[in-house]
Design a protein around this ligand. Structure first.
Ligand code: ZN
Length: 455
């Protein structure tokens, strides 16, 4: 391992210049005008891989292309697939950046650029680590597949289809995903569960037009008030979701998880202050981390009705709408939750209005292995690279592709975030700490060796 770590160190200038080139592509997947830049970025990456001794191709997905790299010259050794994405969120300097967003700049201990943490920089940790193995020994301890998508931030589902259709080509013994933060302020952690999503829009309609609230007021059900009342019935005073069947299949938080999470620092007052509220809230009977990670949620994301302009307009509105989303935990199914939620809304709907419901988005919750050779290997590599015992955590948000990778490839997926919550991903001044970049590279270099001996 010493020789590989030395190779990593010796090639640091080259690693940085490669990453800088990668970062300069404004590969914004959501903006159709950037499609050329997105493709050029993919082509550049594939070329780079070829120059560095990997087989590589630009893969068509029906959307933005993916890049597939491969090194398979170690017959008999296990195959590790490393996932990343080269597309990024939009960024313009006027959003509040201190530097040009697509000009990488090292300022102090941080590398600033769109994509530096999400996810070009995190992918680069793995890429540089594989190169260091090649440099040190002329070979890798495992066979490696790099799968780098260009659609993550656009989330059209096309890449997921590509993964399903290419399962044979992508066959592997473990999947590594580094596209997120560590825990808190730099505590290394593996994530073994992600929440899913059921996103609904409801519209309650009363009269077929806005009515005069004097001429008709008192004899008509007001859709805005009807909807407000219906929404209120979805939760009780203690923050518990009151939708029949909603919790069916939700596993209680295991004792080992409870014990583990108790060791994790969570500063309630600081968290409240950071978002500008006096106190945090949520479901009574659960700790903050349990509420964030292991309990489903139900939130109104937006609601609108009637007159919202200047001054007064005395109407009874014709209709009222709300967008409501639920974060789901393992054991729940988005389609089932959508049905239950709609049934509840209908059951409390007052007479005199009608309702339509539609599902806008969904994602399956994910439960990954939290033990087994791949996880143990990653934990060992993490402990050695970061010099502290890593945590095993869940995550409150959704990374839809993880479900697709786990389901289609049938291999254990290890989620090892190498960034920090404070990296400002998706916002101005996105950055990646140099120490996290270096630790991430060391982690990955050790990980390949660990997995070779365990898978
Ligand atoms: Zn990302």
């Amino acid at each position: 391992m010493e020789k590989i770590l030395k190779a990593l160190k010796d090639s640091e200038a080259e690693t940085f210049s490669g990453l800088f080139e990668f970062l300069r592509f404004p590969s914004v997947s959501a903006d159709p005008q950037s499609a050329g830049d997105v493709r050029r970025c993919a082509e550049w990456l594939a070329e780079k891989m070829k120059m560095d001794g990997f087989a590589a191709s630009v893969e068509e997905t029906g959307g933005h292309p993916a890049v597939l790299g491969r090194w398979d010259k170690n017959p008999g050794a296990p195959t590790v697939l490393i996932y990343g994405h080269y597309d990024v969120q939009p960024a313009v300097k006027s959003d509040g950046w201190n530097h040009e967003p697509f000009t990488p700049v090292i300022d102090g201990e941080k590398l600033y650029c769109r994509g530096s943490s999400d996810d070009k920089g995190q992918f680069w940790c793995h890429y540089a680590a594989a190169k260091a193995h090649l440099k040190a020994y002329g070979k890798l301890p495992v066979n490696v597949i790099f799968l780098v998508e260009g659609e993550e931030e656009a989330n059209t589902g096309k890449f997921d289809n590509y993964v399903r259709e290419s399962a044979k080509k992508l066959a592997c013994d473990a999947v590594i995903v580094s596209d997120g933060p560590m825990y808190g302020d730099g505590f290394p952690a593996l994530t073994y569960s992600l929440r899913g999503l059921a996103y609904m829009e409801f519209t309650v309609t009363g009269p077929d037009r806005d009515l005069h609230s004097g001429v008709m007021g008192g004899i008509v059900m007001n859709p805005a008030q009807a909807l407000a009342k219906m929404i209120t019935s979805l939760k009780d005073e203690e923050g518990r979701i009151m939708v029949e069947g909603f919790f069916d299949g939700v596993a209680p938080v295991a004792q080992w998880e409870r014990d583990n999470w108790k060791k994790l620092p969570f500063d309630e007052a600081a968290s409240a202050k950071e978002i500008g509220v006096e106190t945090l809230a949520g479901e009574v009977g659960y700790t903050w981390l349990e509420r964030l990670w292991a309990r489903p949620t139900l939130d109104v994301n937006g609601m609108w009705s009637g007159y919202i302009g200047e001054g007064s307009k005395t109407i009874i509105p014709s209709a009222a709408s709300a967008k409501i989303s639920c974060r789901l935990v393992p054991g729940q199914d988005p389609d089932r939750i959508a049905e239950l939620l709609e049934a509840k809304m209908r059951s409390v709907m007052p007479k005199g209005v009608t309702m339509t419901a539609k599902m806008l988005a969904k994602a399956q919750p994910v439960l990954l292995p939290y033990s087994g050779p791949a996880v143990e290997g990653a934990l060992a590599a993490m402990e050695a690279a970061y010099g502290r015992e890593p945590f095993r955590i869940r995550e409150g948000a959704t990374i839809p592709v993880v479900h697709t990778l786990a389901e289609s490839l049938g291999a254990p997926v290890v989620l090892a975030g190498l960034g920090r919550v404070s990296d400002r991903i998706h916002g101005p001044d996105e950055h990646f700490r140099l120490e996290d970049l270096r630790s991430g590279m060391e982690f990955s270099a050790r990980l390949l060796t660990e997995l070779a001996g365990r898978l």
